[in-house]
Design a protein around this ligand. Structure first.
Ligand code: SF4
Ligand code: SF4
Length: 165
C-alpha cells in the first residue's frame, strides 16, 4: 500500500520538473501530419484555369453523398477549364463528409484535394455547405500543366454515322 503511494508521488514529482506538453490553442497550432485530410480545396493549373472538368467522378465515389456537381459547357471564348466542361456548381456538405479522401482518389485532374485546414466549426446548418467560391483557390495559386488529353484533342463533333444498306 505504502509502496504504491510513494510510487505515485514519485511519478508526480518527476513530471513537476518537466516542460508541460499543453499547447495553447488557438494561439499556438500544432502542425499536422503530411497525410492529414482536412478541408477540401479545388485546385487550378499554373495558367489559372480550373482543374475541375465537371466529370462528377468525385460525387460518384463519395460514400456519404456529400458532393454536388452541376457541370456546364465551356464557352470557347471564355474557357474556365481545359476540358469541354467545367463545374458550374460544386458543393460539399461538410456535415456529411467523413474525410475519407475517396473524392481525391477518384479525381482524374487532381482538382479536389483534402488539405491541412481543420478549423471547420459553424453555428448554422446552412453554413455546412461549402460552395465552389469557398473551395476554389485564387488564380495565382495554380500549379502544374494540364495533361495532353485535355489540350491536344481536336474535339470537333463526330460526323453522323454512314450506314450502307
Ligand atoms: S472526403 Fe470522403 S466523404 Fe468527404 S466529400 Fe470526399 S469522398 Fe465524400
Ligand atoms: S473535382 Fe475532379 S472528379 Fe470531381 S467533378 Fe471535378 S474533375 Fe471531376
Amino acid at each position: 500500500m505504502l509502496g504504491e503511494l510513494f510510487k505515485g508521488l514519485g511519478t508526480t514529482l518527476r513530471y513537476m520538473f518537466k516542460q508541460p506538453v499543453t499547447v495553447q490553442y488557438p494561439e499556438v497550432k500544432r502542425p499536422v501530419r503530411e497525410r492529414f485530410r482536412g478541408r477540401h480545396e479545388l485546385k487550378r493549373f499554373a495558367d489559372g484555369k480550373e482543374r475541375c472538368i465537371g466529370c462528377s467522378l468525385c460525387a460518384a465515389a463519395c460514400p456519404a453523398d456529400a458532393i454536388l456537381v452541376v457541370p456546364a459547357e465551356n464557352d470557347p471564348d471564355n474557357m474556365r477549364s481545359h476540358g469541354e466542361r467545367y463545374a458550374a456548381t460544386y458543393e460539399i456538405n461538410m456535415l456529411r463528409c467523413i474525410f475519407c479522401g475517396y473524392c481525391e482518389d477518384a479525381c482524374p485532374t487532381n482538382a479536389i484535394v483534402l488539405e491541412h485546414q481543420y478549423e471547420l466549426s459553424f453555428y448554422d446548418r446552412r453554413a455546412s455547405i461549402f460552395t465552389k467560391e469557398m473551395l476554389l483557390v485564387p488564380e495565382d495559386k495554380g500549379h502544374g500543366d494540364p495533361p495532353p488529353i485535355l489540350t491536344q484533342l481536336n474535339r470537333a463533333p463526330s460526323p453522323p454515322a454512314q450506314i450502307d444498306l
